[in-house]
Design a protein around this ligand. Structure first.
Ligand SMILES: C[S@@+](CC[C@H](N)C(=O)[O-])C[C@H]1O[C@@H](n2cnc3c(N)ncnc32)[C@H](O)[C@@H]1O
Length: 286
């Protein structure tokens, strides 16, 4: 059994390759595809720097219908290249603040470049893991996240951290991949973890994990279902990465071989209908 730090290292390596290369992940079969499946308004996307949109690896739009208000503090777990940081920044305005936490240096660098290109002044990107957030107790109004918590090998710690950093009455709204009845070979595959599938838990486990740490009103607000071609987009490892010279999707990296041929076809059959994107909401009691 690999240690949790080793699993995080594999995930970090995969996202380093993803941001440096031209492949997609977590819902897209090429960079920049996923964002168009995720429920963002295309007119709003057109106002963001291209490098933000091309490096968006989420599976939903956690801010949609979130009721985030000007002046509030928003924390984004696994903020990546910064798409939801920039969108949150526009909502909270100059009186508010947005904090991003990510563990991958190359993602943090990309986010900082994107923030500079956008001109936002109220965003602070911090290096850290979501299982041990570099954020003060009771200091944020909202925790958002987009296709990240599934990647954690210690979701109980992530849920406890969400409860710790929220102000009393603060809210969480995350988009994430969830799954039911994943075959054993899927759960053990590091490539499939990196592509946001193998580590996905069910909606019921999500809600129970949040209740366990004292969050209330935990519920699923919205779902995005994937057909077989979209599941193939999640899994396809045969894409050529021009920058790294490797023939592999973003899930690849140290410790992860991509799927091809019959193994890929089998996984598409086994996963269609069993994995989808859910928007999950919860509140910390007053
Ligand atoms: C699928 S990408 C999503 C990025 C971003 N939320 C978006 O929508 O584009 C996952 C991101 O989470 C980060 N990540 C994964 N596991 C993490 C962990 N345990 N702690 C901190 N960051 C993590 C990765 O470095 C990567 O930037």
């Amino acid at each position: 059994m690999e240690s949790n730090d080793v699993v995080r290292g594999f995930v970090r390596d995969a996202y380093k390759l993803a941001v440096e290369g031209n492949t997609g992940c977590c819902g897209g079969d090429s960079k920049g595809t996923v964002v168009h499946w995720a429920g963002y308004d295309e007119d709003i996307l057109s106002t963001l720097p291209d490098e933000v949109v091309n490096n968006a690896f989420g599976c939903g739009n956690p801010l949609a219908f979130s009721e985030v208000k000007p002046g509030e503090v928003v924390l984004d777990l696994g903020s990546g290249a910064g798409i939801d940081l920039l969108l949150a920044s526009r909502i909270v305005g100059p009186e508010g603040k947005v904090i991003g936490v990510d563990m991958t240096d190359e993602m943090i660098e990309k986010a900082r470049q994107n923030i500079a290109a956008d001109g936002a002044i109220n965003i602070d990107v911090r290096k850290g893991i979501i299982e041990e957030l570099p954020v003060e107790d009771g200091s944020v109004d909202w925790v958002i996240s987009n296709c990240v918590i599934n990647l954690s090998p210690e979701k109980d710690r992530v849920f406890a951290e969400i409860a710790r950093v929220l102000k009393p009455g603060g809210r969480m709204q995350v988009s994430d991949l969830v799954a039911v009845d994943l075959p054993g070979y899927v759960k053990e595959n590091q490539f499939l973890r990196n592509t946001c599938i193998a580590g996905a838990i069910s909606e019921e486990e999500y809600v129970a994990g949040l209740q366990e740490v004292g969050m209330t009103d935990a519920s699923v607000l919205e779902r995005i279902r994937y057909d077989a071609s979209q599941v193939k987009g999640l899994l396809d490892s045969e894409r050529y990465n021009v920058d790294t010279g490797s023939s592999c999707g973003c899930g690849c990296g140290v410790g992860a071989e991509g799927l091809a041929g019959e193994a890929l076809e089998r996984a598409i059959r086994d996963l269609t209908g069993k994995v989808w994107s859910a928007k999950i909401h919860a509140r910390k009691p007053e």
